[in-house]
Design a protein around this ligand. Structure first.
Ligand code: MG
Ligand code: ZN
Length: 206
């Protein structure tokens, strides 16, 4: 597994809420095997939504499969250039990731970090402490949600990216559940999470 941004000083103190975000199809438009920084396009409202979540006490941690590296479609440097562009674009909204972990391996590499396997969360746990009952994972694919469910996180499927296709599969897989929601996009998912009783006080005070 690989780390683009390690949380520093986040592993001490009480375990709090962490918002785990898939990147492609959640934070930015999903272009297959994105390797061109000029093609980075933040989904509308995402920067402000990340700011709202941080104001409510969430740390924001990216977890992303980037098999294009292992497949030889692009390099680690290309990935880094895309991430630098994304970070600069988010910064214009005052938004940022607290940590970002990714799997660079091809699907047949037998690694332990390609979602839905748990390696990216294992890596994040070296840098962050979180309370699963207060923490959520937002993704656009079943593999995202499977990772989150295995870790006891709340789950939000968004309809940007692959979400529309994933929705019926998710609804078949898991019955309606207070910690599973489907939202049009990340801003709507964040609003729904922050409206929950356990976050209402923090949400109002920010
Ligand atoms: Mg995705
Ligand atoms: Zn991997």
């Amino acid at each position: 597994m690989a780390v683009w941004l390690a949380g520093t000083g986040q592993a001490e103190g009480p375990a709090g809420p962490v918002l785990f975000l898939d990147r492609d199809g959640v934070v930015i438009r999903d272009c297959d095997y994105l390797a061109d920084p000029a093609a980075v396009e933040i989904i509308a409202g995402v920067g402000a939504a990340m700011v709202r979540a941080r104001a409510a006490g969430f740390r924001i941690v990216g977890v992303s499969n980037q098999s294009g590296i292992g497949r030889g479609y692009f390099t680690e440097d290309d990935f880094g250039a895309v991430m630098a562009r994304l970070a600069a674009d988010l910064d214009r909204f005052g938004a940022r990731f607290d940590g970002f972990y990714y799997c660079p391996h091809a699907p047949d590499a037998g690694c332990a970090c390609r979602k839905p396997l748990a390696g990216l969360l294992t890596e994040a746990a070296a840098d962050f402490r979180w309370d699963p009952s207060l923490s959520w994972l937002v993704g656009d694919k079943m593999s995202d949600l499977e990772l989150g469910r295995a870790a006891g996180l709340g789950l939000a499927l968004v309809r940007t990216g692959y979400g529309v296709a994933a929705e019926s599969a998710v609804r078949k897989r898991w019955p309606a559940d207070r910690r599973l929601l489907v939202a049009d996009d990340l801003p709507a998912a964040v609003d729904a999470i922050l409206a929950r009783p356990e976050f209402a006080a923090d949400g109002k005070s920010s």
